[in-house]
Design a protein around this ligand. Structure first.
Ligand SMILES: *Cc1c(COP(=O)(O)O)cnc(C)c1O
Length: 425
């Protein structure tokens, strides 16, 4: 990293875009307006051109022409077929990952299975207070289902940026059933040491479930290396699968037949098409399916995953680190003097692919970015209450210039008091 004044300039940004080894991937996505800078790929990834083709093909050929015959030729194996591509992104074996349901529902199924398997002696569930609220709600709901005999304990954060690993470890004991954490935190982008936390959980006989939603497609994940028990994640963020596209789940090979899915739908059955009256759970990863897959939302995930596999996660992560460092350099130089505070870890090893900055007027500033007056540049970040602006870098299509113009635009909005024309939330 350099502190050179010339490093954080438009010329520097342009030069970096020109020499970027991933630059041709930008053209694989729809960009409908020259006037729009999109830094929210960590909430909803851009539309890959190939996804438009894919969806057309599924609608016109598979549904329109071939009708029900497409179940056998294209649809029945879609969960496994795309699951094994996701497996390559997260360091898992092909038969350990399946595309199905939503992230929250997958967490529900796996956490239920884990608690049931661990039995009554283990009554503690460990998470942290920076976790995605839906994950915490799912755990709270499970405690209710299991008759309120479990307790959910949350590791605290001093600064709302990181959770110290020892503060998680000190909560894990011999009565701990399950540790459930997000690998990359949705607000600050804090990234855990997956190896260390997983090992700690195992040393005490606890299971661990990692939520990879803000990590998959942006950082390297190696579930097998870390001997992770279970994981879930979504496909509409860095995987560019489309709004509400299906999520995935991972269960380590040797655990699959020990963990039971609480939803005994016919697709979790060993022989769904035998139409037996009595449920009998499938062996292997298929037992974590529930019912008929929404095929359009499954098919739309594949082109985005293919693009990531082609580009390679190592190159993507390299570029993400360089781009987030570039962004932090600009924030330091141009925004800290205006009352902003860095709300993400500065060490790239400790964060994912977005940067959070805080400002007391964050809400009105984001309103001015998204809804500018006249024909100013539209910049789309996202806002997280009470005072955070998240700027997401998606290396397949984010340019250094986008980052530069975004920071300059924020500076202008604050310096000219433009945000004061917008109402408080
Ligand atoms: C985005 C996200 C989810 C999404 O949950 P849905 O069930 O798809 O609505 C869950 N967990 C985390 C950590 C996320 O970032």
């Amino acid at each position: 990293m350099t502190n050179d004044e010339n490093f954080f300039t438009l010329e520097a940004a342009r030069a970096k875009d020109l020499s970027d080894p991933l630059r041709e991937y930008r053209d694989q996505f729809v960009h409908s307006s020259e006037n729009l800078i999109y830094l929210d790929g960590n909430s909803l990834g851009r539309l890959p051109l190939r996804s438009k083709e894919m969806i057309n093909k599924v609608v016109n050929e598979q549904w329109g022409d071939r009708l029900i015959r497409s179940w056998n030729t294209d649809w029945l194996d879609i969960n496994r077929r795309i699951g094994l591509k996701i497996a390559q992104l997260i360091g898992a074996k092909p038969h350990e990952v399946i595309l199905t349901d939503s992230t929250s529902l997958n967490l529900f199924k796996l956490a239920y299975g884990s608690l049931k398997n661990q039995g009554e002696g283990r009554t503690r569930i460990v998470s942290d207070e920076m976790n995605f609220p839906s994950d915490l709600y799912i755990l709270q709901g499970l405690i209710d289902i299991f008759g309120n005999s479990h307790e959910l304990v949350l590791a605290k954060s001093d600064n709302e940026i990181i959770v110290r690993e020892e503060d998680v470890s000190s909560l894990i004991n011999s009565r701990t059933s399950l540790v459930s954490l997000s690998y990359v935190s949705f607000k600050s982008a804090f990234k855990y040491d997956m190896n260390a936390i997983t090992k700690n959980a195992h040393d005490h006989g606890a299971h661990i479930i990692w939520d990879l939603s803000h990590a998959v497609g942006a950082v390297q994940v190696n579930l097998n290396d870390s001997q992770v028990d279970m994981a879930v994640g979504c496909t509409y963020k860095y995987l560019n699968g489309g709004p509400g596209s299906l999520a995935f789940l991972y269960v380590r090979e040797d655990l699959q037949d020990k963990i039971i899915n609480p939803v005994w739908g016919w697709f979790a059955d060993a022989n769904p098409f035998d139409f037996e009256m009595q449920f009998s759970a499938a062996k292997g990863i298929n037992r974590f399916l529930t019912s008929t897959t929404p095929i359009l939302s499954a098919a739309s995930t594949e082109p985005g995953i293919d693009l990531l596999l082609e580009a390679g996660i190592d190159r993507i992560r390299d570029k993400s680190v360089q781009q987030t460092q570039f962004l932090i350099g600009l924030v330091d130089k141009l925004l800290l003097p205006l009352g902003f505070v860095m709300s993400s870890p500065r060490d790239p090893e400790k964060r994912g692919s977005h940067i959070a900055i805080s400002h007391p007027d964050a809400y009105r500033i984001t309103q001015a970015m998204i809804h500018p007056s006249e024909d100013n540049l539209i910049v789309i970040p996202d806002f997280r209450a009470p005072d955070i602006i998240r700027l997401g870098v998606a290396p397949l299509y984010t340019q250094y210039q986008d980052i530069y113009y975004c920071v300059l635009r924020i500076k202008e909005i604050v310096e000219t008091h433009e945000f004061e024309q917008y109402s408080e939330k």
